[in-house]
Structures are given as C-alpha cells and as structure tokens.
Design a protein around this ligand. Sequence first.
Ligand SMILES: [Zn+2]
Length: 242
Amino acid sequence: MRWSKLESLARGTLWAIAALAGAITAAPSSTAQQAPAAPVARFVVVLDAAHGGDDPGGRLAGGQLEKAATLALSVRLRSLLAARGIAVVTTRETDATMPPEKRAEIANHADAQACLILHATESGTGVHLFASSLAPAQAVRFAPWKTAQGGWVTRSLALAGSLNAALLHAGMNVTLGRTGLPTMDSMTCPAVAVEIAPERGPDNAITAEPNDADYQARVATALAAALLEWRTDAGRTEAGQP
Ligand SMILES: [Zn+2]
C-alpha cells in the first residue's frame, strides 16, 4: 500500500519537472502524440542460499560447511545483480534455519522472473544446473504445494539453458540435470538449482574449491550476465508477444 502511494508521489514529481522543463525550453513537443509506455513488470530475481542454521548441508574441503559457501555465493551474486539494476530477494542473509516451504513462500511472494537455489558440493566438477524433474503442467492460480513448479518447468529449462550458455562462455565445466527438490518444486517462477562443485584441471586435480572467493566471483559474474540477458528476453516477450 505504502509503495503505490510513494510511486504515485514520485510520478507526480516527475510530471511536474517535465512540465517545468517544457515551459522553460518552450521546445516544440514532438512527444506529445506518443502513447504512454506500457507498464513493464518489475524484474525480480530470487536467490535461495540452501541450508543454514541447524542444517549445515554437506562438508567441503577444509571442514567448511556448505551452508556458508551457499550464503557467500548468494551475497556475491546479490551485489553483482544490484549493481546492474536488478531487484533481488534473498531467502536468507544470515546463518538462519529456513524450512523449504518458507523459502518457497518468500520466492512465490516476490513474483520473480528467475529463482536460483544455490548449493555447493565437493563431488563432481564445475557447475551443476538442475531443473525440476516434475512433468510440465498447466500453470494454475492455486497449484498444489510441492508440484507447483510443474506449471513453470518449461520456463525453468529455458532459464537453465541461458545459465548454461553463460557459464560455458566463461570457460566453466557445466553439467545439466533434472532433480526433485522440495524448495524448487514448490516455486511458482522459472527456477534452477545451481550447485557449485570444485573446478578441476585436465588431470582432474582440484584447482579451486567451491568456497574459493575468486572462483565464486567468476561463477557469479557468469550467472549475472545470463540473468541480464534473461531480463532483456523477458522484456521483449512482454512487449512483442501476445
Ligand atoms: Zn546442498
């Protein structure tokens, strides 16, 4: 409620400034006949740092816990996205215990165009991307809990494709898969689980751990680039297609 009031206030101020500028320059108004721009939905990304609090997740090299690595990645990605003008909603900012349904509730409330569930693992290599293993279903307003993602899974696969392309472009090793995760399966947004695994050299020796700051920064940069492109595509779809 307060938002819409603030917004209309801000808009009123802008109109006043525009009118004043017009009066001062007295330029012929070439824009007077233009139709007002169609309202564009706010582009929101949800970042869900998996695990936290009582749930440490897996154990990484050096005894570090997965819950700390996912939070660090979430914080990095949040600041990169914010710097690019993308609104971000996170499910946690601290070492808090968060049940899957609470995470999905936050994500679904945000009405997001992309939801990333962040995991970290010591096994495998590079970045693992998972879309929900639910079969595609018609999106309905009140979808049953834990299968709600079925209505979005086609978009989620497209989002996974975009993330994959950006990570490959950044020289990362990527594995694509489908999985069942309670948090993701309850989300009503294009959702992808991003699991960061160690980076390995040609001899399979680990060159960067999942919690390595530089490695995380490179992964986050590639993910941010993909989400920027996703935003452009979302805008195009909204403007051009029925
Ligand atoms: Zn995990």
